[in-house]
Design a protein around this ligand. Sequence first.
Ligand code: ZN
Length: 230
Amino acid sequence: MLGHFDAGVKPLHLGDRYAYHDTVTAWIKQLPVGPMANFAYLLGDSADKGCVVIDPGWEGERILQVGTDNGYNIEAIWLTHTHFDHIGAVEPLLEKVDVPLLVHELEACTFAHLKDLVRCTRDGDPLQVGTVGVQCLHTPGHTPGGQCFVGEGFVFTGDTLFVDSIGRTDLPGSDPEQMFSSLKRLSHLPPGTVVYSGHNYGREPTTTIGEQVKRNPYMQCRTVGEFLRR
Ligand SMILES: [Zn+2]
């Protein structure tokens, strides 16, 4: 699967509230939510109309409505990490839909009270949304259990990689050296891979791995020492 990216993925920006693109089967809806410039996402299979919610930080009702308005059924919630601004709408959503909650095993304790719904993920785990294949990429650094979701032509990067920047590495559980390694892993994805990050902090809502390798100062560091001095 990882050999077949850049299959005609073209981001379309529809004003400043939504962006989406269609690959052959993947449907991606980027939703700015809450007061901290977060992005929540819907990732679906446009043929079978199943979808997952990624990082429902806020506005659970609206996320659900966008799914319904587009004819999609929510089948799971996936988390890139468990900071409050990425999970605030998890429980409100779970009151409406009875679906599994995917979280990296190192952060699953955040949801110990929901253990019947939690499915722990690890690096390399394959996930499926209908026929859309996705792989978990463990990217610690911002948090110990940070993970990215890599598909054909797209990657959801949470707070690991932003447009032209990266997530904080000075928080409890952060580790700058791990962040350096995680960014290196992301830099090896095909250059055309569209990046869907956890916050709208950049000059545009999406970017590509190739653009970030060229112009993101943190991705240009060649050694961990250089990275730590930034
Ligand atoms: Zn975070």
